[in-house]
Ligand binder design. Structure first.
Ligand SMILES: [Zn+2]
Ligand SMILES: [Zn+2]
Length: 298
């Protein structure tokens, strides 16, 4: 028990240390995204060992598992989701009033923070537990996370549909429920629940945008000026900030929407403590599937 506890403490210190690495150390230990062909990065460029990237055997195998059925599901979700966003935004603008302005601002900020936390929880869960062999969800939802660690720039080659399909699916039901409320509730009930709808809407916007924001954080070429401006203001996940997650074995800085919660969660050891609890309850070892994919050579 004591040994266990000690090991746990040491793990925690290691993970905190990743967040405190210098910029050079982070770029040496993660994939060189501004130099995907490895032409400039010293030792890594001359090594014959398999490096992170599309040529990695595991990455090739994972990319082949993307099926036409999955593609159709993504198209349907993107179209439904965008339509619901337009409808709800119109209702929100039509019903806007400054009466509850402070509650509205609070609702929007809380919505953005909640989305960041949710992105961290989902990312951590998919990175840490389960395997690509689990029926249905393995290939559809865990595969992209495994692929992303061994080929981080694959996301920059995904088009709009592949990038955003899954997250659009998550927000369809809450957005449909919101549209139903705007269509059926009396005006006084709508005025009362308006700040709550702002919270749900901001949460939905950022949850839906998470993968797009994540893709931007891996794009070192051709980003529009307004995107790099949002990154520089830390309103969306900045590139250098996300790089900290991509230091193997990928065990901290899981939040990928704004990244605001990464430092505090790392500081309090949130991920290690939660893993310790789950390992105690289920006996599962964290990151075992992710490590198996990372070591794949043939
Ligand atoms: Zn990850
Ligand atoms: Zn990433």
């Amino acid at each position: 028990m004591f040994i266990n506890h000690l090991a746990h403490e040491m793990k925690q210190e290691e993970s905190m240390a990743v967040a405190l690495l210098s910029e050079t150390e982070i770029s040496q230990r993660s994939m060189a995204e501004e130099d995907p062909n490895g032409n400039e990065h010293g030792a890594a460029a001359h090594s014959t060992l398999p490096r992170w990237g599309p040529q990695h055997a595991g990455a090739r195998q994972l990319a082949e598992l993307y099926s036409p059925g999955k593609r159709l599901q993504e198209w349907i979700c993107v179209i439904l989701c965008l339509a619901l966003f337009i409808v709800n935004l119109s209702f929100l603008l039509l019903n806007f009033s400054t009466v509850h302005i402070y509650k509205i601002i609070f609702g929007i900020v809380t919505g953005v923070v909640t989305a960041d936390f949710a992105s961290g929880m989902v990312h951590w869960a998919a990175d840490t537990w389960g395997s690509v062999d689990i029926p249905i969800i393995g290939k559809a939802f865990i595969r992209p996370f495994r692929e992303h660690h061994i080929d981080p720039t694959a996301i920059t080659r995904h088009d709009f549909i592949e990038t955003n399909g899954d997250n659009c699916m998550i927000t369809i039901l809450p957005l449909a429920h919101m549209a139903y409320k705007f269509l059926s509730y009396p005006p006084d009930a709508l005025a009362e629940s308006y700040p709550w709808e702002c919270f749900v809407f901001a949460l939905a916007v950022f949850v839906t945008m998470t993968n797009q924001i994540h893709k931007w954080s891996h794009s070192y070429f051709g980003l529009p000026r307004w995107v790099t401006l949002l990154q520089d203001c830390h309103l969306v996940l900045p590139r250098k900030h996300h790089r900290i997650h991509h230091v193997s074995p990928h065990e901290t800085y899981y939040c990928i929407t704004t990244g605001w919660l990464n430092y505090p969660l790392d500081r309090v050891g949130f991920w290690r403590k939660t893993e310790w609890l789950i390992e105690r309850l289920t006996g599962q070892k964290p990151r075992s599937d992710d490590l198996a994919w990372a070591k794949k050579t043939g």
